[in-house]
Design a protein. Structure first.
Length: 279
């Protein structure tokens, strides 16, 4: 890695941030493309998040990624939001523009679609209804991306219906909310099933979703990537359904930020996947 006094600097801001794989991911690209730059972890407590974000231009940062719990604070702190951030209602990427102002973007939806298209080349959003489980920040980006990419409908499931109703109202046309008890019956007509919750992650119980009615041609994906094959993906694979793990979403969502900060369009490769997993 090349670092000089003219190095371009970006990072990831969160609380905590030690678990993030983003420094390893961006460090790989910086080394691969010979960029004079650095990508650093920024461990910022919630009460100082807005202050830290506003300080990015003064510190010479090109921008940063934003992770839990700062995404909503970031959206309220930056000078402007692009369309992706407005649609998702949260910011995961901040770019310091030439005039020193801050633009908030959300690349999660882009990363989700790019990962899905790479892992399931024959899939298209227009293939049929998509069932999305969860109504948090990840779900917002995923639902907006699917609607914008041409899904005929997105069927939203969440244990707390009120939260799902709010998400559907915010996104607009093309999103329908169903009661949690109807979740398994919906799978018979689904072309895609997406888990956006933390259920199935290491330390969490599996997602409570029986796949017995799942259409044979449906694709199943999970935004969780620890473990790489969640119980949901394992169950779908056992039935013969095509599955797409969540690691690629992390890798692909990083591409626009890297390009904006460091001036290089990076590639997601199998070598990168292995490197990021080897922690």
């Amino acid at each position: 890695m090349i670092i000089s006094g003219k190095a371009k600097v970006a990072g990831v801001m969160g609380w905590p941030v030690g678990h993030s794989r983003s420094p390893r991911l961006h460090g790989f690209w910086l080394d691969r493309y010979g960029v004079d730059g650095a990508y650093v972890p920024l461990c910022v407590p919630p009460e100082r998040a807005a202050e830290a974000i506003r300080a990015l231009p003064a510190l010479g940062f090109r921008g940063c990624n934003v992770t839990v719990p700062h995404k909503e604070v970031a959206a309220a702190t930056v000078d402007r939001l692009d369309d992706s951030a407005r649609r998702a209602g949260a910011v995961n990427t901040i770019v310091v523009l030439e005039d020193g102002t801050l633009e908030g973007r959300n690349t999660d939806g882009f990363g989700f679609l790019e990962n899905l298209k790479a892992g399931a080349p024959g899939w298209a959003a227009s293939a049929g209804p998509a069932v999305v489980v969860g109504a948090g920040g990840g779900a917002r980006a995923v639902v907006a991306a699917l609607v914008d990419d041409g899904a005929p409908e997105v069927w939203l499931l969440n244990r707390t219906r009120e939260r799902a109703e709010q998400l559907a109202a915010d996104i607009g046309a093309g999103v329908r909310v169903f009661d949690w008890v109807s979740r398994e019956a919906l799978l018979a007509e689904a072309a895609l099933v997406v888990n956006t919750t933390t259920q199935g992650m290491h330390g969490q119980p599996p997602l409570d979703l029986d796949l017995k009615h799942l259409a044979p041609a449906a694709v199943v994906t999970d935004i969780v990537y620890t473990p790489l094959v969640t119980p949901l993906l394992h169950a779908a694979r056992q039935r013969g359904n095509l599955v797409v793990d969540g690691l690629g979403m992390l890798l692909h969502q990083a591409r626009p930020g890297f390009a904006a900060w460091f001036g290089v369009e990076p590639e997601v490769t199998e070598e990168l996947r292995r490197f990021v997993l080897d922690t």
